[in-house]
Write a protein that binds this ligand. Structure first.
Ligand code: FEO
Ligand code: CA
Ligand code: CA
Ligand code: CA
Length: 601
């Protein structure tokens, strides 16, 4: 463990080298196990998974497809129980169904896909020693939420005309959640997750003629004919010519209470509508909830929401009901960044400016509070439902795809994964600025934001780039000043998490350096600040999601393994996790030290 011992606490492991292996590669001294994969049983009656005989009925009782966000929560009163909450972002029909005809999907295939979206809540059990977990199918807390589960729309835009449909004239009940990407666990015990690329599910937006509606749809990436999955053939609500407002009922942050399998999950309109990556909460000193959120699109924005009410502590029914309304009233803000380097020094090549750092100041610009709009020419309802356009109007800073936004529980500093933006500075698009310092940015950056006086309710902040990602040999990269010959290459940061030592863990999606995606740990303060170390890599075509880092184990979601151009169920280009001749299956993987040590000890 030569390399290991000098490292920061919690990061003492031999880094995994970049590779293109078709397996999960972990550091020496660590072991791994697939905890749960697509099709594994969750609820009573779930049949054994058979890729060739899959049915919608079976899928609704089994673990869904393409796990992204992962939380591991305590189960009250159960010392060795842990509750896994995972979402299922999207389906890859070509990989799921042998002989899939993308022009003519069958009703059964479409209904399988509906049932493979959403969430899984699944009890697991810790082993006496080591980090291994085993699932507990049929546990009383187990639950599946799918694309047809009723959700309640809550908050200031609930019931708005723009949210009413023929099936729901009240505008308060939506069937299902789609494209849930990253997420966060709240201090009051619920799970938040962002509906991200919901646009891909809606058809025939090209037939819309009203100019204002057209413009709104286009701002959210909707402009096409038939949808990729053709769901509109089996449910008219996915056809905007038949049900024009259904699309407005997606693109929200959803909140679920994993401790109550009977609870109705909610879509929180106060948090705005955009391509939500995820949401993470920090409390103000007086207990108000501050929610940090990214809109994952090139040139889109960073947001925060501050609740009006304070969180209450405890588990009683009255406390739970109070906290269940916390995210329905408050103020929504969008971020504006400015740099402090001499003009003309940010040239898109990424070399450090003469003042030595990419850094500056910023402000949170108010968009709406409760029923009041702070954006000229837009009502409050319009601000919540067409939040991107509100951000445009107030001149928010166009970022390089804001993904996970994670406040450090240790320091309160907020870390923002900006995954990449190959369009920056091209074709008249916004050129590099100090917070997004590279044109045609392939590798992304991690920004550190410090609220004024470290008060999350502040409307002013300072910021610096903590990492400018890429090959450390590339002069345009930066690792918080750590010697670049001693760090792992990292590209396309996506999900963020903290361990108990305060280290930041970063998972990647789309490694533009040609190796497989990975999970990295890095100290954010102290002598080892910026020493990025690769902890694991995932199989071919996969992205690393989750992650959860606790003392005993690292939990990751291996999303879309084998998703490579030309791959299909009949021509799999990955054999993970079950080997040759078996279906490629997205899965959640547990990694832990073999000898009973703690992670990174
Ligand atoms: Fe679903 Fe932005 O990643
Ligand atoms: Ca500067
Ligand atoms: Ca993501
Ligand atoms: Ca996270």
């Amino acid at each position: 463990h030569s390399h290991g011992h000098g490292a920061a606490r919690g990061l003492r492991f031999e880094p995994v080298e970049p590779n293109t292996e078709d397996r999960v590669v972990v550091p020496e001294g660590y072991t791994q196990d697939v905890l749960v994969r697509w099709g594994d049983p969750v609820l009573a009656g779930a049949p054994v998974f058979d890729a060739d005989k899959q049915s919608a009925k079976a899928q609704a009782l089994q673990f869904g497809y393409n796990n992204d966000y992962v939380a591991l929560l305590d189960i009250p009163g159960d010392r060795h129980g842990k509750l896994l909450v995972a979402n299922h972002e999207y389906t890859s029909e070509e990989m799921m169904f042998s002989g899939y005809d993308s022009e003519n999907p069958s009703r059964e295939q479409v209904e399988i896909a509906w049932a493979a979206h959403g969430f899984t809540v699944l009890a697991t059990e810790e082993h006496r020693r080591g980090g291994k977990l085993t699932t507990v199918p049929r546990h009383r807390l187990n639950r599946r939420i799918t694309a047809t589960t009723p959700f309640e729309l809550t908050g200031p835009a609930a019931g708005a005309e723009l949210l009413r449909t023929s099936a729901d004239p009240e505008g308060r009940t939506v069937l299902g959640t789609l494209n849930n990407c990253a997420g966060g666990t709240t201090p009051w015990g619920t799970v938040l997750s962002g509906e991200e690329n919901f646009n891909q599910y809606f058809a025939h937006t090209d037939a819309v003629t009203d100019p204002a509606t057209k413009e709104r749809l286009a701002r959210y990436g909707l402009s096409g004919g038939a949808s990729e999955r053709k769901w509109e053939r089996y449910d008219e609500r996915f056809d905007v010519t038949k049900e024009p407002n259904e699309v407005n009922r997606f693109g929200w942050i959803v909140e679920i209470d994993p401790n109550d399998p009977e609870s109705t999950p909610r879509k929180r309109t106060a948090l705005g509508r955009f391509k939500h990556e995820g949401a993470n909460v920090r409390l103000t000193r007086d207990g108000r909830a501050v929610v940090y959120m990214g809109d994952d699109e090139r040139f889109d924005y960073l947001y925060k929401f501050i609740s009006k009410e304070r969180m209450r502590r405890g588990h009683g029914r009255w406390v739970r009901e109070h906290n269940a309304r916390l995210l329905d009233e408050g103020t929504l803000y969008v971020a504006k960044f400015s740099g402090d380097s001499p003009a003309g020094q940010i040239d898109g090549e990424g070399a450090l400016p003469s003042d030595g750092e990419f850094d500056g100041r910023g402000e949170w610009v108010k968009l709406a509070s409760g029923d009041r709009s702070h954006v000229e020419g837009m009502t409050a309802e319009e601000v919540y439902i067409f939040t991107r356009q509100a951000g445009d109007k107030v001149g928010a800073t166009k970022m390089d795809r804001p993904e996970d936004v994670e406040p450090s529980p240790r320091s309160g500093k907020v870390y923002v994964a900006l995954t990449n933006n190959t369009k920056r500075g091209t074709d008249g698009a916004a050129p590099a600025d100090e917070a997004n310092p590279r044109n045609q940015n392939k590798h992304g950056q991690v920004l550190e934001l410090t609220e004024h006086w470290n008060n999350p309710a502040s409307t002013r902040f300072g910021w610096r780039l903590f990492l400018v990602c890429g090959d450390p040999e590339d002069p345009a990269t930066y690792f918080a000043g750590f010697p670049k010959d001693k760090v792992s290459p990292i590209s396309c940061p996506d999900n963020l998490a903290f361990d108990a030592h305060g280290n930041l863990w970063i998972s990647t999606d789309g490694n533009a350096l040609g190796s497989n995606d990975g999970l990295f740990g890095v100290a954010v303060r102290g002598r080892r600040e910026g020493e990025v170390k690769q902890f694991l890599t995932v199989p071919k075509g996969a992205e690393v999601c989750g992650p959860v880092i606790d003392d005993e184990r690292v939990l990751i979601a291996v999303q879309h393994p084998g998703e490579i151009d030309g791959a299909s169920a009949d021509n799999p280009l990955s054999q993970w996790p079950d080997g040759p001749g078996k279906a490629v299956r997205p899965a959640v993987v547990t990694v832990w030290p073999k000898d009973g040590r703690r992670i990174g000890d």
